[in-house]
Design a protein around this ligand. Sequence first.
Ligand SMILES: [Zn+2]
Length: 368
Amino acid sequence: MPGEKSSCLEGFSSASHDFHTNDPSCRLMESPPYHEHGYGPPSNTPPMVSLAEGDINWEQSLCYPTPNSSVDEDQRSHPSTESSEGAHEHSLDKTTTSATFYPGANTYYIPSDLVCLSSDMVAFYVHSELLLATSDNHFHSLVVGKDLRGTRRTVIHVPEQSAILNIVLHAVYGLSATRYAPTFDELSRAVDRLEAYGVHPSTEITAASALHSTLLSHAHVDPMKVYLLAAKHDIFDLAVSTSSHLLSFPLNKITEDIAIKMGPKYMTRLFSLHRGRLVSLKRLLSLLPHLHPPSPKCNLKMQNTMARAWKLASAYLLWQDRPDLSSNYIDAVFRTLPEHVSCELCKWAFQCHIQTVTAGWRKVQSTI
Ligand SMILES: [Zn+2]
């Protein structure tokens, strides 16, 4: 009906054409996350979605609802592939569109042939070819194995909130979702859901992947949460990257619940990391500054005084039992000691030894 077509297009055509520049930051700055009709998340959420612009040929790509069509609520709440054009188009009539996966987005080398509709009615224009190539279960059996490319996009209902589906699809496309500032809880839920869509976190989330970087950005805040997520899905690269943030985590704070979640593999690696660094620190500090030949100004007894000072400072460092000591901190502990020595040879030997020890400490492995 012309009336429905007009009202549908009005909403989509109101978005700025500047939205589809090649600069993602421009899109963020100039496009509202949602249209004002009230669908989708509240306006203060990250700008994950925006309305599609008007340069898309909606006449060819989409149809419009008939006056009497209605959406089957069961189809919205359960995964299914739409076969009815009426239901298919009625769904899109009330959606907002992803700010990354919009019609005409340059996310793949061919035009999108599939629309993933989240449970909160956000449309993600994607490519069945890529989803099928990445997923080993036809994307939760939602995407059929045949070639879906044609004159009309197929719509599938995906039983996920848009915040989660957005992260899942970014992972599939190898794109970074960092600009949406997802919370760790959202990221964690998305990673948990990847398996359901036939995407395996252990192989897909590598050090080179965008999702790895996004997850790692949360390691500064709560590294244990990130490490446990990595352990849960055996995401080794993420566990390695996160482990350096756990050097300051007291191992006696690991509760039974944490231990169970971490599992023996990653628990052993974390304990070995802490123990290995402490052993290395002890070995480095056990070496004493070189002695110089006795002279009238500095005999062996005076040099032994310096050695005792080194041992005392070393004992202080080892007593702290901290594998996360920085080389700067170690340097600061020793640095003031030579100031109390009048012998220039002893001072020089002491300072050289500090440099040797701190350089050695920097080379000690800091990840699992
Ligand atoms: Zn001396």
